[in-house]
Design a protein around this ligand. Sequence first.
Ligand code: G3H
Length: 487
Amino acid sequence: GELLPWRGERQKVISPIQLRRDDGTLEALELGSIPRGGVEEADAALAAAVKAYDSGRGAWPTMKVADRIACMQDFTRQMVAKRSEIVRLIMWEIAKSLPDAEKEFDRTVDYMRATMEALRTLDNDNSRFQIVDGTIGQIRRTPLGVVLCMGPYNYPLNETFATLIPALIMGNTMVFKPPRFGVLLFEPLLEAFRSAFPAGVINMVYGKGSEVVPHLLESGHVNALTLIGSSKVADHLKKMHPKTNRLRAILGLDAKNAAIVLADADLELAVKECLLGALSFNGQRCTALKMLIVHSSIVDRFLERFSEELAKLKIGMPWEKGVAITPLPDRAKTDYMIECVEDAKAKGARVVNAGGGEDYATLFRPAVVYPVREGMKLYREEQFGPIVPVMPFDDIETALDYVITSDHGQQVSIFSSSADDIATLVDPLVNQVCRVNINCQCQRGPDVFPFTGRKDSAEGTLSVTDALRSFSIRSMIAAKQTEPSKK
Ligand code: G3H
């Protein structure tokens, strides 16, 4: 346990980026290697976390809040010193553009600082005494135990730390499994974890998620599970715990966010925001716009302007200046994009721009698909990639129905220049999703805002204070008020 040393076999980490040789052939890039890992190592990591928690008696769970914050500050300082190394690894491992990788790093540090700040105020609870009906109560916010944390490949650092940092700083001990794509970037942090926190508090595990994670959960020693990833995987994993109902789960899951573009929308603004919303980081954001529902009176003009703007997006390598579309993490992803487009075409839709094909195995040219209808994969499936499904509507009920009947409930965007129309839509929509965006794309940030979803999209709430609450329990110490003794 305790992060390292891992013994045994190692496996290669291959970048999704392929370089073209002078003779035109493509070269796969090996970025480094990681331990192969497996259940044996996972057991050691879990044992270290259990020992460090020591049923709540460990150095970390009993440490004063101010001291825990000091450890986190030390870690943050060390992490900031490694910014350029980590940013470059994000870029190479998941082909995120350099400015986006930098943004991911910087917003993560902001989130860490905001979490420390929030904990100081949240901790006011600890010194608050209440006297009710002769009972004196001191409320304390206490940790849950061992937290198993998993992040996604699209924001490997930010989304892993979105749960790891608040869970950790609340006094829990951690086992964390980095995503398959986006694993090397944690290596520069291992030493900082080790030097900033008491032994065994953070334990990183490698290995195949489908073997290691169920194994850890089956042990019964995991008190909370955090996963930013797929709804199906989360459902499966929760069942692995011997006392499913006792496992606290903080989950950020699938989403199929829609933008509803009304007839009176500012078309240029809607095009600009929908383009960003649908295609930033190749559409690989849980918050990405994955369906555009456009009023039929403006849909032709919308598609024309959208395709014109899309054609200006630079497709290329993540280090190229101004690049917007970059390679996907693996061939399976490109194959799925092709499958979705072909399915829609076979059922009567067309690709309205010049997209829809691959430049090489992992570089897929964005495709705008119209009209998308019920029965096509793109109607309900979360494509999580550079495809923009568009459907027309005449009656606003059709657009609302799409959101209401969805299995997902994360966010929605509305585009209109009428304050009245917007006001009429906001109320029914905010009760269906967890964030309604007016005349702008869907997004999680700023990260201090609550981030959650309804139906299959989430369990629990993230954000700074919500996350601190999610990973703790309000315990209390109670005593009967007594009369001072008279001598
Ligand atoms: O993939 C989910 C991310 O948290 C999305 O964050 O909307 O700020 O890009 P973002």
